[in-house]
Design a protein around this ligand. Structure first.
Ligand code: SAM
Length: 278
């Protein structure tokens, strides 16, 4: 009979957040698939757990995934952990769970902390509906496109960010989303835990004076489409573009202005307006 894979959440900073069940599971399984075996060894040493480990990270997912599945199919029980938090959440694990599903291997969860949900809970923003975006791409145009796609999203937005990219990310968010409320959750559960509930404009000013340090989750207010802001249908937006163009405004400029005013994508407005003109 095939073994079971346990997806085990580990602390995001404070070792005391390790659950009893996580410790028991890591003691009980036959092997542990770990993102960075050196990081996990420290965790295992702390809880006096001795267990064979298999390195499983973004760059060996396919090859190691097959090896792990073979072990599970041969009847071994295994666990997957990452450096911090829940596996599969901006961390390795998703592929392994898919492989297990394809091979009929049972997967169970031993839930632990996740920085995204922890930051959301502390944000003071709307927690009833939210969107998790993980890390924005480092590619400039890709980032703008991702943010443009979120411009009309009314649910609270959650992003992970590295300190060296924080300034650029805040500036890009401000440019595309406008001045919204943001909660910056830093170093959660660690000594320098801090939550700054502010606005994008104020956050940009703050980090002009201060160097971003540590791990951040950015929780950004969703779009307030009903807060006095007029809502437009795409048809109305295209008509506005055509009207501007008739007044002599170049079409691409008209599409840009109306996109800013209505939240629709400039490219889409431009394309549809051209189709109407043909
Ligand atoms: N799987 C993890 C989870 O469930 O939270 C996330 C792993 S992801 C590779 C690492 C990112 O999570 C960091 O860059 C940061 O954005 C966020 N993060 C992790 N630990 C954090 C902490 N203690 N405080 C704030 N953000 C944290």
């Amino acid at each position: 009979m095939a073994g079971i894979l346990y997806v085990v959440g580990t602390p995001i900073g404070n070792l005391e957040d390790m659950s009893y069940r996580a410790i028991e599971t890591l003691r009980w399984v036959d092997f542990i698939a770990a993102e960075d075996t050196r990081v996990t060894l420290k965790l295992l040493n702390h809880f006096e757990i001795k267990k064979p480990m298999v390195s499983y990270h973004d760059h060996n997912i396919r090859e190691k995934g097959e090896q792990i599945i073979k072990k599970l199919l041969a009847g071994e029980n295994g666990a997957i952990v990452t450096d911090a938090g829940m596996p599969c959440i901006s961390d390795p694990g998703e592929d392994l769970v898919k492989l297990c599903a394809q091979n009929g291997v049972e997967v169970k969860v031993v839930p632990g902390p996740s920085a995204a949900v922890s930051a959301l809970a502390l944000s003071g923003l709307n927690t009833s509906k939210f969107v998790f975006e993980g890390f924005l791409t480092t590619n400039k145009s890709g980032r703008y496109e991702a943010l443009e796609n979120l411009k009309r999203e009314t649910r609270t937005l959650i992003f992970y960010e590295a300190p060296h990219k924080l300034r650029d990310t805040l500036a890009d968010m401000y440019k595309v989303l406008g001045n919204r409320k943001i909660s910056l959750a830093r170093e959660l559960t660690k000594i320098y835990e801090e939550v700054n509930r502010t606005t994008l404009e104020q956050a940009i000013a703050l980090y002009q004076e201060k160097n971003p340090k540590g791990e951040y989750v950015l929780v950004v207010e969703g779009a307030c489409l009903n807060d006095g802001e007029e809502q437009f249908t795409q048809e109305q937006a295209v008509e506005m573009v055509l009207a501007l163009s008739e007044k002599g405004v170049p079409l691409s400029q008209a599409a840009k202005d109306v996109a800013r005013q209505t939240g629709f994508k400039k490219g889409e407005l431009y394309k549809t307006a051209v189709e109407h003109m043909d």
